[in-house]
Design a protein around this ligand. Structure first.
Ligand SMILES: [Zn+2]
Length: 199
């Protein structure tokens, strides 16, 4: 009788351990480079060509995924907190998902709490076009891609230093590409450290 109790106890312990082990296993959210998925079928997509792109809305509709078209060409807004890029902190460059133009560097990204990927500065002065937007009874400044004039989001004057600006951008129209070299060095550095002590 006593032996049975001990066996049940041991079994219960091992089940509990398995449960707590599975709970401790971190669920990894893998964000891979999104560019390859979006640029298929898109002949104007380029990360190096900076010449301006002008296509008819009909042509854009043919080559862009529906969700990208709706935001970029119909000035839509994605629901807040829906973009996996909103909380992404990896090092790299954010490109226009419509034409591949470089827009923002991860170094200028910050957590604004507004629910959309936020940056305080574009890659260059020509990477963005600014247009007054008085729709929906608000006075805002719309930001568009400097190469293809797609709608990206808005810029507000409540951002952090050094610019004091907050570029509030729809994640759907952004393509993120990891800085491979930085990533590799970071990993090497991390491996060296973890062989020494727990971080
Ligand atoms: Zn563009």
């Amino acid at each position: 009788m006593r032996l049975e109790k001990i066996i049940i106890f041991i079994l219960a312990c091992s089940v509990f351990q398995q449960c707590s082990y599975s709970q401790q296993t971190p669920s990894k959210i893998v964000i891979k480079d999104t560019m390859d998925d979006k640029k298929t079928n898109n002949p104007v997509y380029s990360n190096t060509d900076t010449s301006s792109v002008k296509l008819s809305e009909e042509e854009w509709k043919k080559i862009l995924p529906a969700n990208v078209y709706q935001i970029a060409r119909e000035k839509g807004t994605e629901r807040p907190w829906t973009s996996p890029l909103e909380t992404l902190t990896a090092k790299g460059t954010y490109y226009c998902a419509v034409c591949g133009n470089a827009l923002f560097l991860s170094d200028t990204k910050f957590e604004s709490g507004c629910g959309w990927p936020s940056f305080y500065q574009p890659v260059s002065k020509t990477s963005i076009i600014y247009t007054p937007d008085n729709s929906h009874g608000m006075k805002r400044v719309e930001v568009q891609c400097g190469r293809c004039e797609s709608h990206l989001g808005h810029v507000f004057e409540d951002g952090p230093p050094p610019t004091g600006l907050r570029y509030c951008i729809n994640g759907v129209v952004l393509d993120f590409k990891k800085a491979q070299e930085i990533e590799k060095n970071f990993k090497k550095d991390k491996d060296n450290k973890s062989s020494g002590k727990e971080q």
